[in-house]
Design a protein around this ligand. Structure first.
Ligand SMILES: NC(=O)c1ccc[n+]([C@@H]2O[C@H](COP(=O)([O-])OP(=O)(O)OC[C@H]3O[C@@H](n4cnc5c(N)ncnc54)[C@H](O)[C@@H]3O)[C@@H](O)[C@H]2O)c1
Length: 362
């Protein structure tokens, strides 16, 4: 399988035409996208769209964006736009991604990819049929400690992994949490909102495809129509298993660690630390402090478009992450281990194209 491991030639970026981006949905996360794009060469936000005039005019003014549209359909009809960022509620990711692909735009869609596997498949198919890149905003790949940890794993420094545990435990901030995040019907709950990060990161470090899932998921500490606690056991094709834990606590303290054991050592990282375990001791490992993870995410997306290669966290990859999430929900309801269907294997790119791996093998 061919993988491309180089970085993008910065001179080539300078010479290439400016990549014009449109951002659809101007809530909280859109600012991270705007700030990330502003730091990169060869790419700019040319238009934004939001149903509401207030965020639209405010963002246009603050970030100097020339065009603002009241609906995504107007933005998608703009021929100047090459790529769109879809940064609105979970329940809208599917429809807008399909529409954007059919309009010939490359798509960066926020996580979680969509609300069911049929939607994910339609998104992947729309991108393939339209010949555009589809990337899902699985930001956990792009932090400094995570990228360095992946480099250590790929270099075989701790041998093949035998097990890993990936945690994301955070204050759910119930009072301030918008209604769609408290409703599973709209794709809310901790599992869909942040469990997606935990599973993505676990599967990335395991570097294997999941084959079955067993889970306990429930609503323990909040009054809402969506989960807040998940403990999920995932078996991988390589014979190893990992555990994904996502807790939206009402009171407690945060934990964002990923802990891995290999045959010749161990490794653990969080958002701001990385340690290797050898000879019964944990030792700090220095890591380059890149710009914000979102900047690295956009750098990878732009690189994939420029070089016509698969971006990391591409559609098939994100579809597999969602397959694990939905299987966990089924397991929690039935009390049984759920075998995953032998869907498209993300290890083999359907296009046979190399994958951008500035952030490690996937
Ligand atoms: N990668 C991460 O770590 C991360 C962090 C935060 C949020 N997110 C994801 O980002 C997405 C957006 O989250 P948010 O909290 O910023 O959303 P939000 O609810 O704050 O904002 C959504 C905006 O979209 C607008 N909108 C709705 N329908 C529209 C349409 N058809 N056309 C144009 N505008 C429309 C709304 O008016 C609103 O301003 C979610 O899927 C969330 O999971 C990801």
């Amino acid at each position: 399988m061919a993988h491309w491991r180089g970085g993008l030639d910065e001179a080539a970026v300078q010479e290439a035409d400016m990549l014009k981006v449109g951002i659809v949905g101007l809530g909280g996360i859109s600012r991270s996208h705007l700030q990330a794009i502003a730091t990169l060469d060869g790419v700019e936000v040319a238009a934004v769209a939001d149903l509401l005039a207030e965020p639209r005019t405010r963002i246009m003014r603050e970030y100097g964006v020339a065009k603002g549209y009241a609906s995504h359909t107007e933005l998608l009809a703009d021929d100047e736009i090459d790529a769109v960022a879809i940064t609105l509620g979970h329940q809208l990711h599917h429809r807008l991604t399909v529409d954007a692909c059919r309009a010939g735009k490359h798509v960066m869609v926020e996580k979680p990819m969509a609300l069911d596997l049929r939607q994910c498949d339609e998104m992947v198919a729309a991108a393939e049929e339209s010949g555009v890149k589809l990337m899902v905003g699985l930001t956990q790949h792009f932090g400094g400690p995570a990228m360095k940890a992946k480099e250590i794993l790929d270099a075989g420094e701790i041998g093949p992994l035998v097990t890993a545990v990936s945690y994301m435990c955070k204050n759910w901030n119930y009072a301030g949490r918008r209604p769609q995040y408290r409703s599973r019907f709209h794709g809310g709950g901790m599992w869909m909102t942040n469990g997606v990060h935990v599973v993505d990161r676990l599967t990335w470090v395991m570097a294997s495809q999941a084959v079955s899932v067993s889970a306990a998921i429930g609503t323990r500490a909040h009054y809402q129509a969506a989960d807040d606690t998940s403990t999920v056991f995932i078996r991988y094709k390589n014979g190893a298993a990992g555990i994904a834990i996502a807790v939206a606590y009402a009171d407690g303290a945060p934990l964002h660690d990923c802990v891995m054991y290999g045959t010749r050592g161990s490794l653990r990282f969080s958002g701001d630390s990385l340690q290797i375990g050898k000879d019964d001791e944990w030792t700090d490992v220095p890591f380059p402090v890149p710009p914000a993870g979102m900047t690295e995410q956009w750098r990878a997306f732009v690189e994939a478009i420029r070089l016509d290669i698969e971006p990391p966290a591409h559609g098939q990859w994100a579809r597999h992450v969602m397959e694990i999430l939905f299987a966990a929900e089924e397991s929690a309801l039935t009390g049984r281990e759920v075998a995953l269907s032998a869907g498209p294997a993300w290890e083999t790119q359907s296009a046979g194209a190399p994958v951008s791996t500035r952030h490690g093998w996937i």
